[in-house]
Ligand binder design. Structure first.
Ligand code: BGC
Length: 296
């Protein structure tokens, strides 16, 4: 069972910010065994073939990868926030494949504890048929440099659990499906400025305080049991935006995490230190109720 955490809004931010090395000790000492590093490679590589990676940026990613591996953490590197491929997949497909040729070659000598993930949350114009075709090409580029590395691939749109049956994974012993879980969205993303309509969602509780907590929990359990029927799917993100009340956030987090553990599904919380975070970087302290919900 893997218990992971995303280190978001660093290498995926604009401008990018390095991941503080001390964070790897913090998360490992807390009991996490896995970190996911969201990386906005698309903003730090040439626009034309061979899509050369920007040297100083790639060195910052190397620093995070090696800092995490040195702590014995399973470490996931993705392509995150490649917004242009979601609006114009035809114009960007070759570039995604080329980026992966470069990234996979760069990390081919790292330990098997480094995993790769071709694209976070394909969506928009990058629909299911196009993604199913493109993921094969991205995987082939990785395989040309690195035949046995674990590769996580999630469905379009948005790595949604309900889209999983339409994900077409190539036969490859080292490929695993990944999904993100944020249901119900009007609870987990209430007030989130990047979600259409979320400004109308407020004071949405979960799991108690005047709600039918059993019904809330049963809905999540049903989702996750359906998910587990697909086998060893990796839950690469789940979490709640800070706008929801803390008691509900803690109940949701504890229930989702508990069900994933019960069902034997590896997970990776979103995230460490952003507005979803289980850690408050300004205070230099864990948000204890959330931490305990993840690592009781
Ligand atoms: C995005 C974050 C967002 C989170 C939850 C991630 O994939 O990169 O910006 O906060 O999902 O919506």
């Amino acid at each position: 069972m893997r218990r992971g955490i995303n280190l978001g809004n660093r290498l995926d931010a604009l401008p990018a910010r390095p991941v503080p090395d001390a964070w790897f000790d913090l998360v490992r000492d807390a009991g996490f065994d896995t970190v996911r590093l969201p990386v906005r490679w698309s903003a730090h590589a040439a626009a034309t073939a061979p899509y050369t990676l920007d040297g100083p940026f790639a060195a910052a990613v190397d620093g995070a990868v090696d800092g995490a591996l040195r702590r014995g953490l399973t470490t996931i590197v993705d392509v995150h926030h490649y917004d242009a491929i979601q609006t114009a997949p035809g114009a960007h497909a070759d570039r995604l494949v080329g980026l992966w040729a470069g990234i996979a070659a760069r990390y081919a000598d790292r330990s098997p504890a480094l995993w790769l993930e071709p694209l976070n949350e394909p969506h928009g114009a990058l629909d299911t048929p196009q993604w199913n075709a493109l993921l094969r090409r991205a995987l082939a580029a990785i395989r040309a440099a690195d035949p046995d590395r674990t590769v996580l691939i999630g469905p379009a749109p948005m790595n949604d659990i309900h889209a999983l049956p339409r994900l077409e994974l190539p036969a490859d012993a080292h490929v695993r499906a990944t999904v993100h879980y944020y249901a119900p969205l009007r609870f987990t993303h209430q007030g989130a400025p990047w979600v259409d309509g979320a400004d109308r969602w407020h004071d949405v509780g979960w799991g108690g305080d005047g709600r039918d907590g059993d019904a809330d929990r049963a809905a999540v359990t049903a989702d996750l049991e359906r998910l587990a029927a697909h086998g060893a799917v990796f839950v690469g993100e789940f979490g709640t935006y800070e706008r929801a009340d803390l008691a509900s956030r803690v109940r949701w987090t504890a229930h989702v995490r508990g069900e994933l553990d019960r069902l034997g599904l590896d997970w990776c919380y979103w995230d460490f230190a952003t507005d979803f975070g289980v850690y408050d970087p300004a205070a230099g302290a864990w948000r204890e109720p959330l931490r305990k919900a993840l690592l009781p």
